[in-house]
Ligand binder design. Structure first.
Ligand SMILES: [Zn+2]
Ligand SMILES: [Zn+2]
Length: 337
């Protein structure tokens, strides 16, 4: 079968083709696993973190991709259309798993990092870690919902935002454009403020109903009760803390931050950026419940991602465009029909 595999950790700036288009044997399933015939796989910013070594796969080569849609070819529920998300497995019996926080499990395994993922014609997966896809979505629409959407949903929950409050979104790529749609559905009277370095993304945000859109360091002239940051750098963290209201919460939805502008953290001004009980919280992984609740909500609210399709063998191009910030909605690999 055809796959795009990562053979070594590298920098996209120096190596624009980090993945190789390989032909390998199909995976063999064991007890409790299913074989999935992949039709679509979303491209996520986390793949850049894996390729560049900020969250390196424990073994190479590995097949990336954790927003997978396909048809069950072998195993339980053959013929069913399902999705696979970032959570490939968790232990099921530790205190975090038992408390419903399997995303925090020390044995958490990630799809497309700790086990082979969906940049491939076939993949194997634990049967209880697949999610039925609601009929409302095409395969391409469903793929970005599985990570960008599900983790966006978790971020929105962790932000504690309420109706009639002000929500800020730092960065407006695959995840936050879905958060905006979801927030407008759940909190119709909340005002949404979008911060982006890219004027096209700001226009896109306004077209989706943002109350305001500006540059990362611009002030919206209103305090924000919560901000969700999806950027890969530190400047937006500093800027978000400036515009948070007293008691406000900054939620960082990023698996890793790049080191490039980390020095801004040494310049944090305690009185204006941290005092008044401002909080910072990260979002780690997703649970199966996040994925399933979000898919249900998205179907109910008719939340569909904007997306661009690429061929499987053009995954490098999609990744490079993501690195360069050429983002309009989500990127999806078309593997098969
Ligand atoms: Zn992801
Ligand atoms: Zn566990």
């Amino acid at each position: 079968m055809k796959v795009m595999s990562l053979r070594k950790i590298t920098s996209l700036t120096q190596n624009p083709n980090p993945l190789s288009f390989d032909d390998i044997t199909e995976p063999k399933t064991s007890e409790g696993e299913i074989l999935l015939r992949v039709t679509r796989c979303g491209v996520c910013h986390t793949e850049l973190d894996e390729i560049e070594g900020r969250t390196p796969p424990p073994q190479l080569p590995v097949v990336l991709g954790h927003q997978v849609v396909g048809i069950i070819e072998e195993g339980k529920n053959e013929g069913q259309r399902v999705g696979v998300a970032w959570i490939a497995s968790a232990c099921g019996h530790c205190e975090h798993c038992l408390a419903g926080n399997e995303n925090l499990c020390s044995e958490f395994k990630a799809t497309g990092r700790d086990v082979d993922g969906g940049y491939a014609e076939y993949m194997k997966v634990r049967a209880e870690f697949v999610h039925p896809i609601p009929d409302a979505f095409t395969d391409s629409e469903a793929a970005p919902l599985l990570c960008a959407g599900a983790i966006g949903y978790r971020s929105l929950r962790l932000s504690n935002i309420q109706d009639r409050q002000n929500l800020g979104l730092m960065g407006f790529g695959g995840s936050n454009h879905l958060v905006l749609k979801l927030a407008k559905h759940k909190f119709p009277n909340a005002k949404i403020f979008v911060f982006s370095r890219n004027p096209k993304e700001r226009e896109f945000a306004l077209s989706l109903g943002a109350a305001w859109a500006g540059a990362i360091d611009q002030s919206p002239l209103e305090g924000l009760d919560a901000v969700i940051d999806t950027t890969p750098v530190w400047g937006p963290v500093s800027e978000a803390l400036k515009v948070l209201s007293p008691g406000g919460r900054l939620v960082i939805n990023a698996i890793r931050k790049e080191e490039t502008d980390k020095e801004v953290l040494f310049k944090l001004d305690y009185p204006s950026q941290l005092w008044m009980e401002k909080e910072i919280k990260s979002v780690a992984n997703v649970t199966r419940q996040d994925v399933r609740e979000f898919l249900g909500l998205a179907a109910e609210a008719n939340i569909k991602p904007e997306f661009q399709e690429y061929k499987l063998k053009d995954a490098n191009q999609a990744l490079l465009e993501m690195k360069q910030g050429k983002i309009h909605g989500a990127k999806v690999l078309r593997v098969a029909e």
